[in-house]
Ligand binder design. Sequence first.
Ligand SMILES: C[S@@+](CC[C@H](N)C(=O)[O-])C[C@H]1O[C@@H](n2cnc3c(N)ncnc32)[C@H](O)[C@@H]1O
Length: 251
Amino acid sequence: MASDERKDRIARAFSARAGIYDVAADVQWLVASRLAERIEDAGLAGVGRILEIGCGTGFLSARLDDAFPDSELVLTDIAPSMLDRCRTRVGNRPRYLVLDGERPERLSERFDLIVSSLAFQWFVDLRAGLERLSGLLAPGGRMMFATLGRKTFIEWREAHRALGLVCGTPQYPGPDEFPWPAGFGHRVDEELVRQPYGDGHDFVKSLKALGASEPAPGYRPLSPGAFRRLLLSLDSGFTATYHILFGEILA
Ligand SMILES: C[S@@+](CC[C@H](N)C(=O)[O-])C[C@H]1O[C@@H](n2cnc3c(N)ncnc32)[C@H](O)[C@@H]1O
């Protein structure tokens, strides 16, 4: 299926970049830190079992390991090399699993806390994925996550529009249209992080270094000429907005 192929490409791209991810991941580090603060401030001390989806190289995982020394930690990612890096950072206390976070059926236990920083935007079907994950929450459990929102990369989209080009950035939901699972409480906060780059080329390079350059499903890449025109239009500096949604789902 096309969605399985897309997912395989995403997993391979992140695995291939696992060794250099940390150097390019300024925004991801900032967002993981913000989410970690929210989790640490949520009064969850003593929580029993924690699941992380899309742990990557472990920015958030390391904070969880420190903040919840007595909890059982299950750290998961779809990309095996990211998981290896995470183990190098966090050590052998947690359990590590290669897992597609939107197909968590092989997890049989329930979790008091499910967390994820900047992985849900890669789900093929966010609504169905969140429904399945919410079903893994223990009674009274909660999910705390950060994901990308609608205004992400508005400048990049606008640069395409100005030249009459189609942009390959996927569509992300705004807070008002987020696909919350039925039967659970929820809340959401948002933050706009503006990240400066030398120019458009720098921006593209940084997404590639992260392994985060898989375009929206069905997107046909620009011709080399159109891509050059696009980069030329941004060669005097470029700032990209990351629209971060901090969401909670309450069982
Ligand atoms: C932008 S990185 C964020 C990693 C880490 N949470 C951080 O804050 O640095 C996205 C991560 O999500 C993982 N990912 C992508 N799709 C996934 C899926 N369907 N299930 C689980 N992990 C996924 C990628 O392999 C990658 O490690």
